[in-house]
Design a protein around this ligand. Structure first.
Ligand code: NI
Length: 179
């Protein structure tokens, strides 16, 4: 896992469409810390659990949650249109912005984050397939640098503590630069 993560681009880039239909790249999200999770709206277990956990993390951060932009990037763009993403997130995880795009652009985004996701025939699933995927949350700095990641098993309070520590470090280094 750590080998995979070290291969992530130092500044992951993407060119996708947000859940309101606007074209966006990584530059659009500069200025805030960015939490990135990949998944698909038909996901039965991994995504609902991860989105619930990350929503709890943001809730626990209180006002500091404003310093983060949480993104949910689809690995199933054939089904996950912007409209589908928006409706799904409004009911599941309203803090998140959903991103989707063409198959090619989604493949580019997956490559930038070294995300694995591949369609698998699953007869009893909707439309006969699922898309098993990497369940890692990535954290980017406000200037778009990959900072760290959180595995799916890291408890929400641990994620909150690490994010608070990163915010404190950023505030301290910001002050020393000002001085
Ligand atoms: Ni999922």
């Amino acid at each position: 896992l750590d080998v995979v993560v070290t291969l992530i681009a130092s500044r992951p880039s993407f060119a996708l469409v947000d859940h309101d239909g606007n074209p966006v790249t990584e530059h659009h999200f500069r200025g805030k810390f960015v939490l990135v999770f990949f998944g698909f709206t038909h996901c039965a277990m991994v995504c609902p659990r991860a989105l619930e956990r990350l929503s709890a993390v943001l809730s626990d951060l209180g006002p500091d949650a404003e310093r983060f932009t949480p993104l949910y990037i689809s690995v199933d763009p054939d089904r996950d249109s912007p409209e589908v993403m928006k409706a799904f997130l409004q009911s599941r995880a309203p803090a998140f912005t959903g991103l989707t795009g063409t198959q090619e652009k989604v493949e580019d985004a997956k490559r930038a984050f070294r995300v694995f996701a591949q369609r698998r025939a699953t007869p009893d699933a909707p439309d006969g397939y699922t898309v098993p995927h990497t369940a890692i949350t990535y954290l980017l700095s406000p200037d778009g640098r990959f900072l760290t990641h959180f595995g799916d098993a890291v408890p929400a309070p641990t994620v909150v503590a690490r994010l608070r520590s990163i915010l404190n470090d950023a505030d301290l280094s910001g002050r020393s630069h000002d001085g």
